[in-house]
Design a protein around this ligand. Structure first.
Ligand code: TLP
Length: 356
């Protein structure tokens, strides 16, 4: 369904973060039983943490205000200042979390190449330093993003993660899964929640992406890891008081959002298939595995901001992302009608702006 923003009816493909809370979420928020979670007595958030941990077969969970904070906390717990973290070159923790790894954790980041988001396990072996020495940093952590946002929602299958897990173990690295969209990976058949949970030392997922909650993420791991994470969250100012009002909406998202992700994937695929036929587009529909599509053009990066603006005039919002293309993300608040609207706008604008 199109959204109304400042009086304008728009089809908002900017991100799956843009969804508005549903009436059921608002009701749950109004009725939530709450307590002071910093003092340990908010039952709504505690239940949600336990439910999330249980789904992945992990011991404990910690509710956080954002995915970025959950990733930052995980890195802080897994590393010491001066350590090194391995992350794929287009990884969100490296590119889009305001340099928290460097500024807050004091770690070095080493970026790894990939095959469209899949890190080669041999590269982990190659890049992880064998041991701390007088000269070099200790490589302490591998971060794996699943689905991979800037590789177009690419699924990292559990079988591939298992190989990364094996080599990182051999090298003494912890493995953190940035699973902001792990439920999209699961819905796309990458593996089960239990599969993924068994392959990570820590895992975060967002309630506020495809699941459709307004706010909130959760960081999962062993009981000991989460106890340490809780303290770091406090350091960062992320300890929240009657946070059950937020967790209540996240719970509705958790219970109702997972089953409809396949619909988002079908909408993204329909968009990809439609766009691929328009002159000027460089799109491979088969590479659109989940809910994210990067539209590249024959004319290349200079056309992306122009295309973003032209689409906006049609009430279709998407985001130009540097060289990567114009990003479209499907979610609960866009449907097939919005996809058709986007395609109609693209049929008008793309041949003009996208052709070489
Ligand atoms: N991603 C946002 C933007 O920051 C780019 C989006 O619109 O896709 N990990 C991954 C893989 C993410 O995509 C995001 C958000 C996060 C972490 C951070 O989550 P929040 O926004 O809750 O801090």
């Amino acid at each position: 369904m199109p959204q109304t923003i400042q009086g304008e009816t728009i089809s908002d493909f900017r991100s799956d973060t843009v969804t508005r809370p549903t009436p059921a979420m608002r009701r749950a928020m109004a009725e939530a039983v709450v307590g002071d979670d910093v003092l340990g007595d908010d039952p709504t958030v505690q239940e949600l943490e336990a439910l999330a941990a249980e789904a992945f077969g992990m011991e404990a969970g910690l509710f956080t205000p954002s995915g970025s904070m959950a990733n930052l906390i995980a890195a802080k717990v897994h590393t010491r200042p001066g350590d090194e973290v391995l992350v794929e070159a287009f990884g969100h923790v490296y590119n889009n979390e305001a340099a928290g790894l460097g500024s807050v954790c004091g770690v070095l980041t080493r970026t790894l190449p990939s095959d469209r988001g899949l890190i080669d396990p041999d590269d982990v072996v190659r890049f992880a330093r064998p041991e701390e020495s007088l000269h070099s940093p200790r490589t302490a952590l591998l971060v794996v993003e699943n689905t991979h946002n800037f590789h177009g929602g690419r699924v990292v299958p559990a079988a591939h993660l298992r190989r990364l897990r094996e080599v990182s173990r051999e090298r003494g690295l912890a493995l953190h899964l940035d699973g902001a969209r792990i439920w999209n990976a699961i819905a796309a058949g990458g593996g089960s929640a239990r599969d993924y949970g068994a392959l990570a030392d820590s895992l975060m997922f967002c309630f506020s992406k495809g699941l459709g909650a307004p706010i909130g993420s959760v960081l999962l791991g062993s009981a000991e890891f989460v106890a340490r994470a809780r303290r770091v969250r406090k350091t960062l100012g992320g300890g929240m008081r009657q946070v059950g009002v937020i967790a209540a909406a996240a719970r509705v998202a958790f219970e109702t959002g997972r089953e409809r992700l396949a619909e988002d994937h079908a909408n993204a695929r329909a968009l990809a298939e439609g766009v691929a036929e328009i002159p000027g587009a460089l799109v491979d529909p088969a590479a659109c595995e989940t809910n994210i599509l990067f539209l590249r053009t024959e004319r290349g990066p200079e056309s992306y901001p122009e295309l973003q603006e032209a689409l906006r005039a049609h009430g279709v919002w998407a985001i130009a992302c540097g060289d990567l293309g114009v990003r479209f993300v499907t979610h609960r608040d866009v449907d097939r009608g919005d996809v058709e609207r986007a395609l109609a706008a693209l049929r008008e604008e793309l041949p003009r702006l996208g052709r070489a």
